[in-house]
Ligand binder design. Structure first.
Ligand code: GLP
Length: 234
């Protein structure tokens, strides 16, 4: 795993844009995208760049169950607002959190991932080490699945909602095995709240109790973080 310390998220976005340029030059055509605050500066850099995304496909990590794309808290809305409205892709896929048959939706999404293998996956990390919405205890063999969110995740994400009760308790998420299939991965982590998870991810034992630790087994991961997030690394 390559670790790059940056001054702040804005600098991290620039570093990631350079990495994206290299991957595109090498033929990358499908990007795995993430929500949350961590990738925002990367999306800003991408929007401000001259890069043409109209020939690229994007697949997102996850979506809340019960929210449709018009809901400002949905990840579909987030992606539209923060990226796709400014840089349209050839096709963009997210799990449908309003699907009437969630099991069928899980299967559809796994087929999307089989049809569009991810060249470069963007990740953030939860305070408990989750990636996507793969909470501690999720099997490393998991494919797209329905998730019961950990109470710590619900609390962490409550800041985007008016009331704690409004935060969905379930999500559809790519599995760990799906994420590991990406050819290359960039993970962003900023702030002290992520330091413990980052230590476990980089130096801890590889364990399903800290989902991101699986990334130690991936051949091409770049961790981009600020001093606070990297502060517990030796
Ligand atoms: C959510 C998302 C994750 C994201 C995490 C961290 O749980 N499902 O994909 O990595 O939040 O969010 P942030 O980057 O805002 O800290």
């Amino acid at each position: 795993m390559k670790v790059i310390q940056v001054e702040n998220p804005a600098a991290g976005g620039k570093v990631a844009l350079d990495l994206l340029r290299q991957k595109l030059a090498a033929g990358a055509s499908t990007l795995g995208l993430a929500t949350g605050s961590s990738p925002l500066d990367f999306y800003r850099e991408l929007i401000a760049s001259e890069l043409d995304t109209s020939h690229l496909v994007s697949v997102n990590l996850d979506e809340y169950v019960g929210l449709d794309g018009q809901d400002p808290q949905s990840y579909q809305y987030f992606m539209q607002d923060k990226l796709f409205a400014h840089k349209p892709f050839k096709a963009s896929f997210l799990p449908n959190g309003k699907a009437s048959d969630l099991q069928a939706e899980v299967e559809r999404y796994n087929q999307v991932l089989a049809d569009y293998p991810v060249d470069l996956q963007i990740l953030g990390i939860g305070r408990n080490g989750h990636i996507g919405f793969n909470e501690p205890g999720t099997s490393f063999e998991s494919q797209t699945h329905l998730v019961d969110l950990a109470s710590s995740t619900i609390e962490a994400n409550a800041r985007f909602f008016e009331r704690l009760e409004d935060v969905p308790t379930q999500a559809l998420s790519m599995g760990i095995a799906n994420i590991m299939q990406a050819k290359s991965i960039i993970l962003f982590a900023y702030g002290q709240a992520k330091a413990q998870a980052i230590r476990g991810m980089v130096q801890g034992p590889i364990t399903e109790e800290l989902p991101a630790s699986v990334l130690q087994k991936h051949p091409d991961v770049v961790l981009i973080g600020d001093q606070a997030a990297l502060s517990l690394l030796d």
